[in-house]
Design a protein around this ligand. Structure first.
Ligand SMILES: [Mg+2]
Length: 267
């Protein structure tokens, strides 16, 4: 019996081939959607600001280098910075975060290290070192604006940062990113109570809230504690006070950078 070769250009064959192609495209799209971990269940995405959307800690590392050099007449730069970290931690509950408490800690630490012999000239230099952490050119991470633009088209975005009100407001204004956020929260401390306030303010349940940030201690742990979701994007530089032991959690996802969010969140 002779096998008859099908005519690949017959209308039925063309129709079947097109149908097959369409099904393949649907299958690929479906499998891609399935990979997105966060979808319509999420109603509000909050972003940390410093070292999540833009560089910040780098300015403090540069300040610590200058401080270490200035203190070298009394002790090693490492020792000076160890003492500085202790003084900063002691001052945190009373003075909070930002460059103003940093300036106070620099002077306090300088007086301690020098045994009370710090010159007026050195005190002025310490003030200058602290002031130079503010007002620096905003250095946004690559694709920050692109990612926020895409996500804001589908989700409500919130900026959830902590620190000095004036400093944070100034950075937000200079970043040019304000237009992507429907809500901005500048907290004195990032704890579970304050995250819950953001969730309640938007009439949501914790499972509808997703937080993105670089600090496991401030952006991740308290968010998981209230039953919400978190994406952790570790930054290259982190303040020693923000370091916390990292652990896995079903509602926690780790990302390499901001662009990764577009692979994790349905848009
Ligand atoms: Mg941060």
């Amino acid at each position: 019996m002779l096998f008859k070769q099908p005519n690949l250009y017959s209308p039925i064959c063309l129709l079947l081939m097109n149908l097959f192609k369409y099904l393949c495209v649907l299958l690929v799209k479906y499998s891609m959607q399935q990979e997105k971990k966060f979808n319509n269940n999420i109603k509000l995405i909050a972003f940390d600001a410093d070292d999540t959307l833009w560089e910040n800690e780098l300015h403090y590392r540069r300040a610590e280098e200058r401080f270490g050099k200035l203190m070298e007449k009394y002790c090693s730069a490492d020792e000076a910075n160890r003492i500085l970290l202790r003084v900063e931690k002691d001052n945190l509950p009373l003075l909070g975060y930002g460059s103003k408490p940093f300036i106070i800690s620099l002077i306090e630490c300088g007086i301690e290290i020098s045994g009370g012999t710090l010159s007026n000239e050195d005190i002025l230099e310490l003030i200058s070192i602290g002031k130079d952490t503010i007002g620096q050119e905003m250095m946004l991470y690559p694709q920050t604006e692109n990612v926020l633009e895409k996500l804001s088209a589908k989700y409500q975005l919130s900026l959830a940062t902590k620190g000095d009100l004036k400093e944070q407001e100034s950075k937000i204004a200079r970043s040019g990113l304000k237009k992507y956020f429907s809500h901005i929260e500048i907290m004195s401390e990032k704890n579970s109570e304050n995250y819950l306030k953001i969730v309640r303010l938007h009439n949501l349940e914790p499972e509808q809230f997703l937080m993105v940030g670089n600090s496991f201690k401030s952006d991740i742990l308290p968010v998981l504690e209230i039953g919400a979701n978190a994406i952790y994007i570790p930054s290259e530089i982190i303040w020693a006070h923000e370091v916390a032991e990292e652990s896995d959690h079903p509602r926690l996802t780790k990302a390499a950078n901001l662009i990764d969010l577009l692979n994790l969140i349905e848009i």
